[in-house]
Design a protein around this ligand. Structure first.
Ligand SMILES: Cc1cc2nc3c(=O)[nH]c(=O)nc-3n(C[C@H](O)[C@H](O)[C@H](O)COP(=O)(O)O)c2cc1C
Length: 335
């Protein structure tokens, strides 16, 4: 793991006091992104960066309409904006809405320093896919999380009541069952798993098993074990443990169902995730009810938002850290 750990740490080196656009892009790429496919490209201009979708890196089975790609771009844009703001280069994101070619222009200016707490959280944030400690969060922490996620065009539904969380779990299990019964879903997931540090370092992308608290193994053995042990029942049991040990769940809902709405959700989610990290609160996705098209409308009605599309389901709570994930180098994502 030593080479892996060094690479993960290098990616997260502190931002220089006067960062170049390359440095800001490095921080943007530390954003969460679906299956760690990193479906983004960055075009540098003079004091501006365009963030473009890289649709060759989408996940057509779990994400058939590229919803997650554009949420991911929103997360990256928010990181870039925070990094700029915290280094005295506050900027603005402008969405150029054009279907699958939708991009985000981040223009940077000069101004007051802000958001330094969130900047410090960027290299510390991770998706923590483990059981949490089962404790509730303080009212103050919950208030700060709600505040951080506030973004025009996005509604957040926080659920901490245990009976309501059980209700969300029912939809998670229903969605998980549909996904696990779909060989194409299972194959797509397996294709993005990296079973050992060398495999992860070879591509600098994908889901490294250790980042999910799973053992590492040679590729041949990992694939064999996956085929042997990945099942609907074992996954459901795992998610029950995850939900029952979490302090709560937040559901993000955009007020428009298009690339612009999804980008806004990514920005809101990223601010939530960084504020959580700053408070030593972990988070992870439980997106099954929003990924399975047949479950989603039923879930929306249950949430009290019939006809709307819930965009993300995120659990939160306290837990130790797991290993950090890798990213491709900045030079590989520039266009
Ligand atoms: C739009 C989106 C959807 C995601 N969906 C899931 C998911 O369903 N399950 C999961 O465990 N992680 C999910 N993730 C988290 C990514 O797998 C994670 O961000 C990526 O592997 C990088 O790891 P990191 O967040 O620890 O840096 C999602 C992230 C994004 C942005």
């Amino acid at each position: 793991m030593s080479e892996y750990d060094a690479a993960a740490a290098d990616l997260r080196a502190k931002l220089p006091m006067e960062p170049q656009l390359n440095d800001l892009v490095r921080y943007a790429t530390l954003a969460p992104n679906s299956h760690n496919t990193q479906p983004w490209k960055f075009r540098l201009g003079s004091n501006q960066v365009d963030i473009l979708p890289d649709l060759a890196r989408n996940c057509p089975v779990v994400d058939p309409d590229d919803h997650h790609v554009f949420v991911t771009l929103g997360c990256a844009a928010e990181n870039l904006l925070i990094a700029g703001r915290a280094r005295g280069q506050p900027g603005q994101a402008t969405i150029n809405l054009d279907g699958k070619n939708t991009s985000i222009n981040v223009g940077l200016g000069q101004g007051a320093v802000s958001d330094t707490e969130l900047l410090d959280a960027i290299p510390m944030r991770q998706s923590t896919r483990s059981d949490y400690d089962g404790q509730a969060l303080s009212a103050n922490d919950l208030r700060l999380l709600e505040q951080a996620a506030t973004m025009p065009g996005v509604e957040t539904l926080f659920i901490t009541d245990r009976a309501r969380l059980d209700g969300v779990l029912d939809y998670v299990i229903e969605g998980n069952s549909v996904q696990c019964d779909d060989p194409a879903f299972v194959q797509e997931l397996k294709d993005w798993i990296r079973f050992n540090p060398d495999a992860a370092l070879e591509t600098n992308d994908g889901l490294f098993t250790a980042c999910s608290g799973n053992p590492t193994s040679p590729n041949w053995l990992g694939k064999l074990m996956f085929d042997q042990f990945f099942s609907k029942d074992s996954e459901s049991e795992k998610y029950k443990g995850h939900m029952n040990s979490s302090a709560g769940v937040v559901i993000f809902v955009a007020d428009r169902e298009d690339e612009e709405g999804w980008i806004n959700v990514g920005r809101s989610f990223q601010r939530f995730a960084l504020q959580a990290t700053a408070l030593s609160v972990r988070h992870a996705h439980l997106n099954m009810p929003i990924e399975v098209a047949d479950v989603r409308p039923e879930f929306a009605s249950w949430l009290g938002i019939p006809g709307k599309r819930p965009d993300l389901v995120i659990r939160f709570g306290k837990a130790p850290a797991l290993p950090m994930s890798l990213r491709r180098q900045v030079s590989e994502v520039l266009t």
